[in-house]
Design a protein around this ligand. Structure first.
Ligand SMILES: NC(=O)c1ccc[n+]([C@@H]2O[C@H](COP(=O)([O-])OP(=O)(O)OC[C@H]3O[C@@H](n4cnc5c(N)ncnc54)[C@H](O)[C@@H]3O)[C@@H](O)[C@H]2O)c1
Length: 340
């Protein structure tokens, strides 16, 4: 090969300032990604999971690294991979649970063109998916919300859902460590000027919430079906956090990518599928079909809707691609020669 090949390297500060910090833009990216996927203009292979054990408990104890490749078309037209290391025990070392690198590859030559931090990108895009779910699937006048998990994702779920539903006035936050819930409540009530209450007994708060979000590292269900009232949107962002009965009582089951969910085999609805308790035809819609107007979202104020997102590399690739294009135009980032 003749000539010289360069990679643009973007640090966390650079990629965040260029693209990830702006939640409105990240929510727009996520709507586009889900829409393009539905139109067949994206490729999202199943995650490859590098695990140090067999069970969810092992994953919680020893961590894992996920490889999430993909191609996103449309205005992004970029391939790449998200490489996300996670160890839930990292908090004992004062380190974040998850750290992310995103590599972008030219979709024609397949040559890598950029390497970027993707840690905040990942948290923001996950929050944004919750925000998009709230926009299409929650009651329009939602005023109470319960969040389980006062970590990085809990914060971005709140940020995005408040943009989708500015009617929310009361947020209840539960965490396995009550002091984390207290810290979250103090920080978020100041940031958004709403009431955020740390809670220990979630039942009574879930019973009055129109939106319930789970973003924990729990390995057993934490939300019971008897707590769910008509009109509730359940957002299952992590693993086995809602009981099977919660899914059974839902009028609609909406997902980001059913094939990816079945393959990853960790969320409530995925476990139910593998036990033969639900079938492919029980999935009401991919959220991309709802965004594209092929299927309805929420149709009445009484519907109970369960939403699950496994997360896809194309979401991170889209945000980093937006940063990459801006970085080239503005001369931001460090060019590194890797072939000459
Ligand atoms: N679907 C997606 O696209 C996606 C993307 C990113 C992260 N996630 C998942 O979201 C989860 C949270 O990620 P994070 O980065 O915020 O992690 P984090 O470690 O920052 O926060 C997780 C929080 O959950 C709490 N928790 C654990 N068990 C609990 C329980 N039984 N009840 C209440 N709280 C409990 C922990 O104390 C912690 O505060 C992880 O499981 C992660 O895999 C999903």
């Amino acid at each position: 090969m003749s000539g010289k090949l360069e990679i643009l390297f973007l640090s966390n500060k650079q990629v965040n300032a260029l693209a990830a910090d702006n939640m409105i833009e990240v929510m727009h990216d996520m709507e586009r990604v889900l829409s393009l996927l539905d139109e067949g203009k994206a490729i999202s292979p199943n995650k490859a999971v590098l695990s140090w054990g067999e069970t969810v408990e092992d994953e919680n104890k020893y961590g894992r690294i996920n490889a999430m490749p993909g191609y996103i078309g449309g205005e992004y037209d970029m391939a790449g991979i998200k490489w996300i290391g996670s160890n839930p025990q990292n908090y004992k070392l004062g380190l974040p649970r998850a750290t992310v690198l995103v590599v972008l590859n030219d979709p024609v030559t397949k040559i890598p063109v950029a390497v970027s931090d993707g840690t905040t990108v990942s948290a923001k895009r996950t929050g944004a998916i919750g925000g998009v779910a709230a926009k299409y699937l929650s009651v329009s006048n939602a005023s109470n919300m319960t969040i389980f998990g006062a970590g990085a994702q809990g914060r971005t779920q709140l940020e995005a859902i408040l943009l989708a539903r500015p009617t929310i006035k009361n947020v209840y936050i539960n965490d396995a460590f009550f002091e984390k819930a207290q810290e979250f409540a103090e920080e978020m009530s100041k940031k958004y000027g709403i009431t955020v209450t740390p809670i220990k007994e979630p039942e009574q708060y879930c019973s009055k919430s129109e939106i319930i979000v789970t973003v924990t590292t729990a390995t057993e269900p934490i939300v019971e079906a008897s707590w769910i009232k008509p009109g509730t949107l359940m957002i299952n962002m992590a693993d086995y956090e809602f009981t099977y009965d919660c899914v059974k009582m839902a009028d609609k089951i909406v997902v980001d990518n059913w094939e990816n969910i079945k393959h990853r085999k960790i969320s409530t609805v995925a476990l139910m599928y593998h036990e033969g308790l639900i079938k492919d035809e029980d999935i009401t819609a991919h959220i991309g079909e709802i965004i594209n107007g092929k299927k309805p979202g929420r149709e009445s104020d009484d519907e109970i809707i369960y939403f699950n997102a496994v997360g896809m590399g194309i979401e991170d690739i889209a945000v980093v691609t937006r940063a990459y294009k801006k970085a080239l135009a503005q001369g931001v980032g460090t060019k590194v020669t890797y072939w000459e």
